[in-house]
Design a protein around this ligand. Structure first.
Ligand code: TRP
Length: 454
């Protein structure tokens, strides 16, 4: 056993842990997905529900995942076999590995779009174009059958390559440097966007809630997105937790990562919505929202040419530090449960996921007419994973920690050999035992129609 522990990769430093976990959390979810679903579900009302879920459910579930990972020193599936041998808890891990397949399949597609926008930025493809032309640029590209598929594959190969290099050399090194730069760029964009004429309507949209606009679907999406944006509910942070050293302060890690993730999503909102209104774009535009909005801002900025290149490069890097954390869930599972080498496991997982991804990409264009439950393949992968698999995973992770693992072991793992205030522990246990599971159950049941809040 000791040998096995020795052989596991570990994050090298405290900052490395934060960078890797924040690198996983901060990604397309914050900058691409948050604005577009907030736009669909009414802006501020969505934002406030989402923030409430982050606090009441996201924080405690994140701590739960890190505890499970660090205590067990295993992948998302193996962790439950170690902590709860002979019980069905391990199927949470299977759920997680499945969610990883679905999420990465559409994630890789959007990351491919981001790569295309680096290329367009370099070619100066946005200047002298009207908002309409910029919008049709997006549609023409995403609906075409070949180029987006190729760029998705390029991105997936890059993801696989970093995962093969391994945790410390691969994951930790790249995240550390580039995350802070992304924040700087976003702040610059937000300042420009807010100073556009007509920006105020966008700020009102984002910050002045009209709760009458909120639907059951909107609440479910806010819950799903709270999980998605923090990388929760499928074992990413169980897997990363298993690489965290025993002396790391987990509570602090959780708070710092959540704060960074939330600030970046809100910054993205401030960068995007004022511009959406200033340029007369519909907030309900959908997955293309940032791609049809931001280029308009860039070509009005001094230095916009460089700014837009830098922005899409950093967006791609942020996507990469997230995609590696999704792929790592599958790789750690294949590697430890089936005794395949890291390299073999990565190649296998990357190929399988990329194949699903090709379907996602084509479903924007040639396969658009094929609908399942009224959704194209891309939206279906997103909907099932974020709104169903992640909340269900999170529900069971909270129940596991609250009712099976228990207060005493939580304290041992979290206190790193001492000093945890009893009040904090009680609040945490209350959240994982009752609040998180009940809230998730209500939102899901409301959606399925077992309960009806409209
Ligand atoms: N949180 C990332 C983002 O916002 C995506 C992500 C990484 C993720 N790992 C995950 C989502 C695990 C769900 C589960 O872009």
């Amino acid at each position: 056993m000791a040998d096995k522990n020795q052989a596991r990769d570990k994050f090298g430093s405290r900052f490395g842990v934060i960078a890797a976990a924040a690198g996983s959390a901060v990604g397309l979810g914050n900058i691409w997905k948050f604005p577009y679903i907030a736009g669909i579900y009414g802006g501020a009302a969505f934002l406030f529900v989402y923030l409430a879920f982050i606090l009441a459910i996201g924080l405690p579930v994140m701590l739960s995942e890190l505890i499970i990972g660090r205590k067990s020193q295993r992948n998302a599936f193996g962790a439950f076999k170690v902590l709860a041998p002979g019980t069905p808890w391990k199927y949470i891990g299977i759920l997680g590995v499945s969610a990883a397949f679905l999420i990465l399949s559409f994630y890789g597609v959007v990351a491919g779009w981001s790569v295309q926008y680096i290329i367009l930025s370099i070619q100066d493809g946005f200047s002298n174009r009207s908002p309409e032309q910029i919008a049709s640029l997006f549609t023409t590209f995403t609906t075409s059958p070949i180029r987006p598929v190729i760029l998705q594959l390029v991105f997936m190969i890059a993801t696989g390559a970093i995962v093969i290099i391994g945790v410390k050399k691969g994951i930790e090194k790249y995240t550390k440097i580039l995350m802070p730069l992304l924040v700087v760029i976003l702040v610059g964009l937000a300042i420009k966007s807010v100073s556009l004429e007509g920006a105020k309507a966008g700020l009102d949209f984002l910050f002045k809630p009209d709760f009458s606009k909120l639907t059951g679907e909107g609440v479910l999406s806010a819950l799903g997105h709270a999980f998605f944006t923090l990388s929760l509910g499928m074992g990413t942070l169980i897997t990363y937790g298993s690489y965290i050293q025993k002396n790391n302060n987990l509570v602090r890690t959780v708070i710092e990562v959540t704060l960074a993730d939330t600030v970046i999503a809100i910054l993205a909102g401030i960068a995007i919505f004022p511009a959406v209104f200033a340029f007369g774009i519909e907030p309900t535009e959908g997955p293309g929202l940032i791609f049809v909005t931001l280029p308009n801002v860039f070509h009005q900025m001094p230095g916009g040419f460089l700014f837009s290149i830098l922005f899409f490069v950093l967006l791609t890097v942020a996507a990469l530090t997230s995609s590696i954390s999704i792929l790592e869930v599958v790789v750690a599972y294949f590697k430890e449960e089936f005794n395949i080498s890291r390299k073999g496991a990565t190649v296998l997982a990357t190929i399988l996921i990329s194949m699903l991804g090709v379907l996602c990409s084509l479903s924007m264009g040639v396969l658009e007419p094929v609908k399942i439950f009224g959704l194209n393949f891309f939206d279906l992968m997103d909907w099932i994973s974020a709104n169903l698999l992640l909340p269900i995973g999170g529900l069971f992770i909270a129940l596991f920690i609250g009712w099976f693992f228990g207060r005493k072991k939580v304290e041992e793992e979290v206190a790193n050999g001492g000093k945890l205030s009893g009040a904090l522990l009680s609040v945490f246990m209350f959240l994982v035992k009752f609040i998180a599971p009940i809230a998730i159950a209500i939102v899901l049941m409301n959606k399925v129609g077992l309960l009806n809040f409209g």
